[in-house]
Structure formats: C-alpha cells, structure tokens
Design a binder for this molecule. Structure first.
Ligand SMILES: Nc1ncnc2c1ncn2[C@@H]1O[C@H](COP(=O)(O)OP(=O)(O)OP(=O)(O)O)[C@@H](O)[C@H]1O
Ligand SMILES: [Mg+2]
Length: 297
C-alpha cells in the first residue's frame, strides 16, 4: 500500500493555522496544538518540488518514537498521535494518519539547544577560524568530522528571520537566566548522550542535534521535534571519514542532484526528477527502520 503525498494540510484540518514552517504546520486546537508534518522537503532554505512520499510520516513517527523513549529522561509535549481522536478537526483522517501529533502548548524558550558530538558543518567553520565553537576552546589539530573529546553545548538564539545566531553560553544565561540556562544545557547533553549511545549500537553516528524547550505550568518540557533527520545529523558508521562531506542519510540524493544541476541557490530550483524523489523516499524509510526496527512501507 502506498500513501498519497501531502504538500499541505490546510484544506484537511478544521482549526486555525498558527504557523507554517518549511516542513511542518501548527494548528491551534484551543487547549492543545496540532502539528502536521507534510512531505515538503527543503534545501538551502528553498522548498523543493515535488513533495517526497513518506517523508512526513517518517519524521512524525520518528519524533513520536523518540519522545516515548526519552520521556523518563526529559518530559515532552507529546499527548497523542491518534487521528481518530481529532473528531471533526480532521476532515480527511486517512490522509492525516501517521502525520499528526497533538501536543501540550508551551511558552517557547527562544534558544536552539544544539549539542555537537562530532565537529562538522557550522561548528567546523567556527573551529577553522578560531579553534573554538561558540566560545568553547577545543584542542588543536582536529580534522573535519572528528569525534570531540566530549559532546559540547553550542546554543543559538532563535530570531524572526529564521537564521539563528550562535551565541556563547554566557549570552544564553544573560538572556534567559543562569539557572534555566544551566538546566537546559544539562538536559540537552543528557538527551544527546542517550541517543548517541542508542545510535552507536545500531551502526550509526549521531553527529549533532538540536532541541527546543518550553515552559508549561512552570515545568520545562521538550517541544517541537527530536532526533529527526531535520533536527539531527545521522551518519552511517561505514561512511565516516575525516575531511570529506559525509553522505547525508536522508537528503543525499537531492544534494547530489542539485550540486550537479548547476543550480545557483538564488531562485527556486527546477522540480526534482522522479528517480531522485524515489531514492530519497527510500533513504527516509531505511533510516526509520534502522533507528526503530519497525517497517513503514
Ligand atoms: N508544544 C509547543 N508549544 C509551543 N510552540 C511549539 C511547540 N512545539 C513546537 N512549537 C513551535 O512550533 C513551530 C514549528 O514550526 P516549524 O519548525 O515547522 O517551523 P520553523 O522552525 O518556524 O521554520 P523552519 O523549520 O521551516 O525553519 C516552531 O516555532 C516551534 O518552536
Ligand atoms: Mg523548526
């Protein structure tokens, strides 16, 4: 059985849309929020065409899986993922099935809590210039993709432009208070540690990850999504090597295609060829299976 793709749920949900991100949509159910994960895929801040079958299902079910696994370490916003409990809000339950999450509303803390276990991407670019990441000094001589002596916490301030700003921990403490900042650092590191170990046992490397937290009834709750390929970098252990750009376990076919297509990143690229979309779906399904042991399609 194959599932029809979902580009947007705006016509399928009878509730006010309060936020539309590149991939997910947030609806207001009154007491709770409804998160719908679509099949949209983005690259370099552009939403590409067409949507990728199963991507939204994988992202939503992965997040739900991890929320369940980690709830004893850190309480989170997930209430349920059961479309039949949405009643009349779901105008087409069959299409929304597996893509929704009903969550507790929280007051978001405007910090992206980033943890890096390996040095790559933006962290690597900082290290090359300053031998430090967000003000944390690191040993000399590290190569790109190296495992760090221990995971580091490198927060970013969320801002309205969508481009988050790396800040030193002291700046985070100044913005939200030292006590809360310490708490979030500790919880983020604990979550990361747990998942990195879990991945390790399955032949995967969790290179880095990002968490968002909020406050609900005075308690700190994990919100948004966790340990999805949109919020974390997963590497296959056997693809790891220093200095190179390591295969992305989800978007590699798209990345390879775009790199070879001559796209200038300044305008929307042409639609992806069918074989690229198919290969990308396979990547998402494989990653889901490797992480959860479950099969989706
Ligand atoms: N339980 C919650 N309470 C309050 N806000 C939440 C909760 N869960 C998620 N959010 C917020 O909902 C929004 C989800 O949006 P989403 O991640 O799709 O888009 P974005 O982060 O604005 O943009 P993009 O991911 O496209 O760069 C985020 O702003 C997130 O902080
Ligand atoms: Mg987001």
């Amino acid at each position: 059985m194959t599932r029809q793709t979902l580009a947007t749920a705006v016509d399928l949900v009878d509730a006010p849309l309060v936020h539309k991100g590149k991939v997910r949509e947030l609806y207001d159910l009154g007491e709770h929020y409804l998160i719908v994960v679509t099949d949209r895929i983005s690259a370099f801040d552009w939403v590409l065409e067409p949507p990728v079958p199963y991507k939204g299902i994988v992202l939503n079910k992965l997040s739900a899986f991890w929320f369940g696994q980690t709830s004893a370490i850190q309480p989170n916003h997930l209430i349920h993922t059961d479309v039949s409990r949405l009643g009349g809000v779901a105008k087409d339950p069959e299409r929304l099935k597996d893509r929704i999450m009903v969550v507790r509303k929280a007051r978001r803390i405007d910090i992206e809590c980033v943890v890096r276990g390996h040095i790559t991407g933006g962290g690597w670019r900082q290290y090359e210039k300053t031998q430090a990441v967000n003000g944390i000094p690191l040993p000399p001589g590290l190569r790109k993709n190296a495992k760090l002596p221990e995971p580091i916490f490198t927060p970013a301030a969320k801002n309205d432009t969508g481009h988050d700003e790396d800040i030193p921990f002291d700046e985070m403490a100044r913005r939200i208070g030292a006590e809360l900042a310490e708490e979030l650092r500790e919880r983020s590191l604990r979550l990361f540690d747990w998942a990195a170990r879990y991945c390790e046992e399955r032949g995967l490397i969790l290179a880095d990850s990002k968490f968002e937290f909020g406050l609900a009834d005075g308690a700190i709750v994990l919100i948004d999504e966790i340990f999805t390929p949109d919020s974390s970098r997963f590497w296959a252990k056997d693809k790891w090597a220093p200095d190179i750009e390591i295969d992305s376990m989800d978007k590699e076919p798209v990345r390879t295609y775009l790199a070879g297509s001559g796209w200038d990143k300044n305008s929307k690229p042409d639609p992806l060829p069918v074989h690229v979309v198919e290969e990308t779906t396979r990547r998402y399904l494989d990653l889901y299976e490797r992480l959860t042991g479950g099969k989706l399609a």
